[in-house]
Write a protein that binds this ligand. Structure first.
Ligand code: MN
Ligand code: MN
Length: 297
């Protein structure tokens, strides 16, 4: 365990700034979710407010409905609206690359105990975090809390560490007990994200793909693919971006070309079985001498 970490360092201050912006825009998002509301307007509102408040989106706002658990974001001309559904909104903000990551689930479907299960699991996990604590224990606390509500944790989705311009780094924070965890240290910045479901407790890849990230820079002949590549390398770097963020005509076609050349990869929507519901609750925390500091609310 490192004892000479200064939690007043610049990088932690940037994380905290990102966390304050995120807390503000997450509250605004919750206020705007109602039956008939537009998915795309919600995502665009949140992303533009992040920029107005001095941050940048660390990834496209995820808007997942019912059995969708992660990686859904509105498409370029998306006209989907909210119904009486389970709506999970996952938001990332960075300041100079230092990221805060948080998600909230809103129930318009009459299943609010599912949200209580993921929220209670997150609270219990935050109570458990501290230096020297094994991540396997955190997973155990999350899994048992969700099962206590009669639901399943989604075991193939996990929390994670955060580093500059890197959204998913070590350590992994499991959503069930695992035997080979790692010990947390003072100064670790981690996102904890329990997912609760009335489904199988396992997600698989769907066919929709609206979020991408750069693998390597490379030259392309096609003009719009070249324009996309230059916007990606200048603006998004290695962070995930949405098709609708590209300032070019026919962005989907340009992205297909970049993908075919293995310059970018996509993030397919991750889903539970049809008919299941998934709730996710997530906060980002900094591990401190006596526990942790929640920076996203
Ligand atoms: Mn997240
Ligand atoms: Mn996360």
């Amino acid at each position: 365990m490192s004892t000479d970490v200064d939690l007043g360092d610049d990088r932690y201050e940037r994380h905290r700034e990102a966390g304050e912006i995120l807390t503000q825009v997450r509250a605004e998002a919750v206020d705007r979710i109602e039956v008939g509301g537009s998915h795309r307007e919600l995502a665009e509102h949140v992303e533009s407010r992040i920029r107005e408040l001095g941050g940048e989106p660390a990834f496209p706002v995820n808007v997942c409905i019912d059995e969708e658990a992660a990686h859904a974001t509105p498409s370029v001309d998306d006209d989907a609206t909210f119904g009486e559904e389970m709506i999970n909104v996952d938001i990332g903000v960075h300041v100079d690359g230092w990221i805060a990551d948080s998600a909230v689930t809103i129930d318009l479907s009459g299943h609010d105990e599912l949200i209580e299960a993921s929220s209670a699991a997150l609270d219990a996990a935050i109570e458990t975090v501290g230096p020297g604590v094994d991540t396997g224990l955190i997973g155990d606390v999350i899994g048992r809390t969700i099962e206590g509500y009669g639901y399943n944790p989604v075991v193939n989705l996990t929390g994670h560490g955060l580093d500059q311009y890197e959204q998913h780094t070590a350590p992994t924070i499991p959503n069930r007990k695992v035997s080979q965890g790692v010990e947390l240290s003072v100064g670790d910045v981690i996102a904890i994200e329990p997912f609760a479901t009335d489904g199988r407790g396992k997600v698989s890849e769907g066919s929709d793909e609206e979020i991408f990230a750069l693998d390597r820079e490379g030259s392309v002949r096609d003009r719009s693919a070249r324009q996309a590549m230059s916007q990606i390398t200048e603006q998004f770097r290695t962070l995930p971006f949405a098709t609708r963020w590209l300032d070019i005509d026919r962005p989907a076609m340009a992205l297909r070309r970049l993908k075919r050349q293995d310059l970018i990869h996509g993030y397919p929507v991750l889903k539970e079985r049809p008919g299941a519901l998934v709730s996710q609750t997530e906060h980002t925390v900094i591990v401190t001498e006596d526990g942790c500091e929640v920076i996203t609310g």
